[in-house]
Ligand binder design. Structure first.
Ligand code: PLP
Length: 370
């Protein structure tokens, strides 16, 4: 029986490195509530991401939810977003009592189609919430112009884009805010974790307060907050993994390039190559299947890979506007491209220590569907 190959595998430091990192926590008995590891992790992230303001969070979802909340939009206001994303993006809008307005995606890079945003703006629109899907970067310049023209906020779900650069500038610096996820399955992890980066310093107090029950000081509770603090053990894992980040991404790049070389000429398969303006983190390897040209469809190939012990993921399927929990709430026909892509996409295994022989095996299967 061959070893089962998952679509991703969490990066971890050596156990000794982690033990060394958590020793201070043991000695201090300070396990959470913005301790020394939390502070050090924030300091290092600020430097890496080239931002002045950020707040660590328990996960990427809460970073997004609380960042949206901090802007204080009027209930039922509209947020223009994409349905081609992880559940988190849409849920974060809805859980803030706001209304997602779904814009279709660009067929080429799977991000929100910036040409279609303007026609969706109404007097109730307050923000645009695009996603840098698979680490592909949205049309930042166009989105920025639209936002300025209509006085809208831009909040990027950058969960896939950690440590990337667009035109030589760190991706965390764009928009009014960007959030990242440090979930175990992401390029960079702190077991669970996330961060909110934002331009306006006056939001800092609010976001900090929201992640800690809205507590202002010993006797004042000012906001209806929740609990979204990152604990010291997660921060310690983040500190360890940060040391290996460049190396991890380099290893991913090698695998990514093997896939590109092996699959770029296959009729009926479309692969996703980063644009030259983007310094990629090589987070995912999505493939689009054109059944007519390729001979078999996405679902067939997913099963075929499974027979070989290889897990591939329909990421993203279904589009969020089709979720059961949103039944009859949205007109799913407004985003035909997102719908089409979600029905033909498969992301294949990609992680730093994926063995070359496995990569070649996957390429061989994909090159010979029958
Ligand atoms: C992972 C992810 C999130 C949520 O991050 P968590 O850390 O898992 O809460 C949000 N948006 C997108 C696009 C993601 O992939």
């Amino acid at each position: 029986m061959k070893e089962k190959i998952f679509v991703t595998k969490s990066s971890i430091p050596s156990i000794d490195e982690y033990m060394d990192e958590i020793r201070d926590i043991w000695e201090s008995h300070h396990l959470t509530n913005m301790g020394i590891k939390h502070m050090e992790f924030e300091r290092k992230l600020k430097k890496l991401l080239c931002v002045d303001n950020l707040e660590l969070m328990v996960n990427g979802h809460m970073a997004l939810e609380m960042t949206i909340q901090a802007f204080g939009f009027k209930p039922n206001s509209e947020v223009i977003t994409t349905p081609y994303t992880f559940a988190s993006t849409t849920h974060a809008i809805v859980r803030n009592n706001l209304k997602p307005v779904f814009c279709d995606i660009d067929e080429e890079n799977f991000c929100i189609d910036s040409k279609k945003i303007e026609s969706l703006i109404t007097p109730n629109t307050v923000a645009i919430l695009p996603v840098h899907v698979y680490g592909n970067i949205c049309d930042i310049d166009v989105i920025d112009k639209i936002a300025k023209k209509y006085n809208l906020k831009v909040i990027y779900d950058a969960a896939h884009a950690f440590n990337e650069e667009y035109c030589g500038q760190n991706i965390a610096t764009f928009g009014d805010a960007s959030i990242f996820s440090f979930h175990a399955t992401k390029v960079f992890n702190s077991i669970e974790g996330g961060v909110s980066c934002f331009k306006d310093l006056t939001l800092k107090d609010k976001i900090y307060s929201l992640k800690n029950f809205g507590i202002k000081d010993e006797e004042t509770v000012r906001d209806i907050g929740a609990n979204a603090k990152m604990n010291e053990f997660c921060a310690a894992m983040g500190l360890c993994n940060l040391r290996h980040l460049e190396n991890e991404i380099e290893k991913r790049k090698n695998i990514f390039e093997l896939y590109v070389d092996g699959l770029r000429d296959v009729k009926g398969l479309r692969i996703n190559i980063p644009y030259s303006t983007v310094k990629s983190n090589y987070s995912y390897f999505p493939i689009l299947f054109d059944e007519e040209k390729y001979g078999v469809d996405r679902d067939w190939m997913k099963k075929r890979l499974e027979e070989e012990g290889i897990c591939a993921r329909k990421y993203f399927y279904p589009i969020t506007s089709k979720f059961d929990c949103y039944k009859n709430k949205f007109d799913i026909n407004n985003t035909p491209i997102a719908q089409k892509v979600s029905e033909s996409v498969l992301t294949i295994p990609l992680y730093s220590d994926l063995k070359e022989e496995v990569v070649y095996r996957i390429i061989k299967i994909l090159r010979n569907p029958r």
